[in-house]
Ligand binder design. Structure first.
Ligand SMILES: Nc1ncnc2c1ncn2[C@@H]1O[C@H](COP(=O)(O)OP(=O)(O)O)[C@@H](O)[C@H]1O
Ligand SMILES: [Mg+2]
Length: 376
């Protein structure tokens, strides 16, 4: 069975672990008990298969995992725009899945049986970018030893995915605008005008609007690209997708490495869910690959994470700040709560009040040492 986007109606079939809401750990403890009936040793492990099975639907968005509202909104936008043939601009931090979304747009369009061509504008030296886009004739420049077709021609009838569009130098932007508007261009070193039928999906992790203000990006090109913008949210804004992604990547890598890994500890999953993931899904995928390499049993062994992991940078509430400060003081007092130099005295609280807050917020030394809870 292919793991895929969930049908929310089916989610209740398998009890699943649910992460605490963004911005605080307060709700963690009550959620954890939900998975206990499934755990081999009560309350300590999660069944990874359960995370995926509960999320399975059809093949509409194959390879896109997650059921968060934020992700479902993006998928709904893809569903809407894909068949129209319009230009799409996908914005989002690195590793959020922009390329995956671009490919889904192509796959759901009328052009799905024609080429899907990619070009990462940031990865090509500026001097070569023009020839990559439009092609060149033999002798067009030093080193042009033979004729070459550009990506626009290669994508004829299909979709051209222009990744990191914000990195296109100004001098090329006008040529790009022309081909977007007129669907025509010339190869370098040629006067013959070629016509193409190409749908553009562009992506950027920069704020193109800000680049326009700084005169780094042409306003007319920006408007031409910004016909249907889609913003892919960072992983820290959809932590509820993390358990499912973990399960998916564990399955993917354990299959490749011929291992049988079916569980992850609750603490481990908490650690993963609370981390801020600056590198988004790509970073999570790499971490799980490393974990699978390290694992020799059925329980996923997470690599030691640095204690001072950056926790989510998104809105810091007063409750977050209080939790962070409590953790800091608990660490400094070596988790000794009572006594003259204990954390309670340092925080100016009664020992029983602090104990109560620690319990309510589900804080523990173990969780900190496994990396999730430390403040900046
Ligand atoms: N929702 C998702 N489900 C499964 N894999 C994902 C998802 N989002 C991203 N990935 C994977 O994460 C990696 C980074 O995604 P990519 O589309 O290249 O990100 P971006 O282009 O935004 O940097 C890829 O290996 C991709 O397959
Ligand atoms: Mg990318």
């Amino acid at each position: 069975m292919t793991p895929n986007i969930s049908n929310p109606d089916r989610d209740c079939m398998t009890p699943r672990w649910e992460p605490p809401p963004v911005g605080g750990a307060a709700a963690a403890a009550p959620c954890l008990s939900r998975i206990e009936p499934e755990s081999p040793s009560a309350g300590s492990h999660l069944d990874l298969d359960g995370q995926i099975e509960a999320s399975h639907r059809d093949d509409e968005f194959e390879g896109i995992i997650g059921t968060s509202k934020a992700l479902r909104t993006v998928l709904e936008q893809i569903r809407t725009v894909a068949p129209t043939g319009s230009t799409v601009l996908i914005e989002g931090e690195t590793g959020t899945g922009k390329e995956v979304m671009a490919s889904a747009i192509h796959a759901q369009s009328e052009r799905r049986n024609r080429p899907f061509i990619k070009l990462n504008c940031a990865a090509i030296p500026v001097g070569l970018l023009e020839s990559e886009l439009f092609g060149h004739e033999k002798g067009a420049f030093t080193g042009a030893v033979s004729q070459k077709m550009g990506r626009f021609e290669a994508a004829h009838g299909g979709t051209l995915f222009l990744d990191e569009i914000g990195d296109i130098p100004l001098e090329l932007q006008s040529k790009l605008l022309r081909v977007l508007q007129e669907q025509e261009f010339e190869r370098l070193g040629s006067t013959y005008t070629r016509r193409v039928d190409v749908r553009i999906v562009a992506a950027t992790n920069q704020d193109l609007g800000a680049l326009v203000m700084e005169r780094q990006f042409r306003m007319d090109l920006y408007y031409r690209l910004n016909v249907f913008p889609i913003s892919v949210p960072p992983l820290r804004q959809r932590p509820e997708d993390i358990p499912m992604l973990v399960a998916y990547f564990v399955r993917k890598f354990s299959k490749r490495m011929s291992k049988r890994i079916s569980m992850v500890s609750q603490t481990g999953m908490e650690t993963l869910t609370r981390y801020s993931w600056p590198g988004n899904v790509r970073e999570l995928q790499n971490l799980i690959e490393r974990a699978v390499i390290l694992t020799a049993s059925e329980v996923l062994q997470l690599p030691p994470l640095p204690v001072r992991l950056p926790i989510r940078t998104a809105p810091i509430t007063l409750a977050d700040a209080e939790r962070d400060h409590m953790l800091k003081v608990l660490e400094e007092s070596n988790w000794v709560v009572g006594g003259k130099s204990g954390a309670a005295a340092r925080l100016g609280m009664k020992r029983t009040t602090l104990m109560d807050r620690i319990r309510k917020r589900g804080l523990s030394r173990e969780a900190v040492e496994s990396g999730f809870a430390m403040c900046r």
